[in-house]
Write a protein that binds this ligand. Structure first.
Ligand code: 9MR
Length: 373
């Protein structure tokens, strides 16, 4: 049998789930459940906003008071060519949020991934000079933030700039402008909408190297008098990562800068952790191991998942004085990016609502706990 050495099988040692929901709180809108703690929301995609999934939109309207654009505001989508913007999907997203009285978050202005291909390149396909990139960044940020001024209340200005060891990611922005690309992006965003909140956002924020660098960056922005309101901890987590104590340590370190902390892209994979470099050809033979629950999550795994998510949410609730917003990265399991990452075509169960559009049990438990207080 072929071997997959880079699948990590974790030994889950979970306590009894204790996730029974109660009848009086089970149907409460989540925005009421978490009222006074933090805003609660989700990423929405173009398909949902276009009205092709009315059940998903019903969930969003009933339960969430904040939304973020999963893809439609990324430069590759909204500004695909130097002289062409694709506004319609983002307009629909913003109008939906405003019509429903939500705190609308824009994602994201400066990111190496889903970057419009033309953005950092000249006509010969080489990197542009620093002046040109500064102008392009300013034009892009002014156009996008300016269009939604007063409607989009907060922006992920810079996304995923730092790698695990705390050094800067060697993105085109960094290669061309060095560390200054971050302050510049914040300066341009503030010029474009002085009332908008501005955030810096990344994944793996539990890791000490990344944590320390973000604390430095935020303190530096503040010492220069630049606006920065929040630090986004994405929180794409799994059953065996991250260490929750480490995550909490980062949350508190970020709060100590005086910024709000926000959990911006929460999801928790229920599947075995597979490294990105896993050999997909090998995995075809190992489908059952890599993609073990195509027909539904077994009750014991669902219990483990709910127990860990409950622990994670309790962590957030005990830190709620420092958290302004929790956004889940998708509405229901079927639409999650985790079904295609790090392996395409798996069936994952990472979100607050299942493919049947029903709320997961841990939320009933939390509702009941919060109702008692
Ligand atoms: O969920 C998004 C997925 O639909 C896109 O294909 C993917 C492209 O990179 O981006 C996903 O969202 C990412 C987010 O914008 C930034 N943090 C990581 C998210 C998951 O990759």
């Amino acid at each position: 049998m072929k071997k997959i050495s880079n699948i990590v099988f974790s030994a889950f040692a979970f306590a009894a789930v204790g996730c029974a929901s109660t009848t009086d709180t089970a149907d409460a809108p989540l925005k009421d459940v978490f009222d006074g703690k933090f805003m609660i929301g989700s990423a929405v995609n173009a398909h949902q906003i276009a009205g092709h999934d009315s059940l998903a939109l019903d969930i969003v309207k009933k339960h969430f008071n904040t939304i973020v654009a999963e893809n439609v505001m990324k430069s590759g989508e909204i500004h695909p060519l130097k002289d062409a913007y694709n506004w319609a999907p983002a307009d629909s997203f913003v109008n939906f949020g405003c019509d429903n009285g939500m705190f609308v978050v824009g994602h994201c202005l400066v990111w190496h991934s889903q970057l419009a291909p033309w953005f950092p390149l000249d006509a010969d396909g080489k990197y542009v000079c620093a002046d040109t990139l500064r102008c392009r960044m300013r034009d892009h940020i002014h156009a996008v933030v300016g269009r939604y001024k007063g409607k989009v209340k907060g922006w992920d200005v810079v996304n995923e700039a730092i790698v695990e060891d705390g050094s800067y990611r060697k993105s085109p922005f960094y290669e061309i402008l060095g560390e200054e690309f971050i302050p510049l992006a914040f300066e341009y965003a503030h010029e474009a909408d002085p009332d908008a909140e501005l955030y810096i956002n990344d994944y793996g924020m539990n890791v000490a190297g990344r944590r320390d660098t973000y604390v430095k960056i935020v303190n530096d922005l503040k010492s220069r008098g630049l606006r920065i309101d929040g630090i986004g901890m994405q929180a794409h987590i799994g059953m065996d990562y991250p260490d929750l104590a480490e995550f909490e340590e980062s949350l508190q370190a970020f709060a100590s800068t005086g910024c709000k902390v926000m959990i911006t892209e929460l999801d928790m994979s229920a599947l075995p952790t597979v490294s990105r470099s896993a050999n997909v050809a090998d995995m075809v033979d190992m489908k059952q191991v890599v993609d073990p629950y195509p027909d539904g999550l077994p009750a014991e795994v669902s219990d483990e998942w709910n127990a860990r998510m409950l622990d994670f949410m309790r962590l957030l609730l005990r830190n709620s004085d420092n958290i302004s917003r929790v956004n889940v990265w998708g509405v229901e399991d079927g639409c999650s990016w985790k079904n295609n990452f790090p392996v395409r075509g798996r069936t994952d169960y990472p979100l607050f609502f299942g493919r049947d559009y029903q709320m997961k049990p841990f939320l009933g438990t939390l509702s009941a706990e919060l109702a008692k207080k």
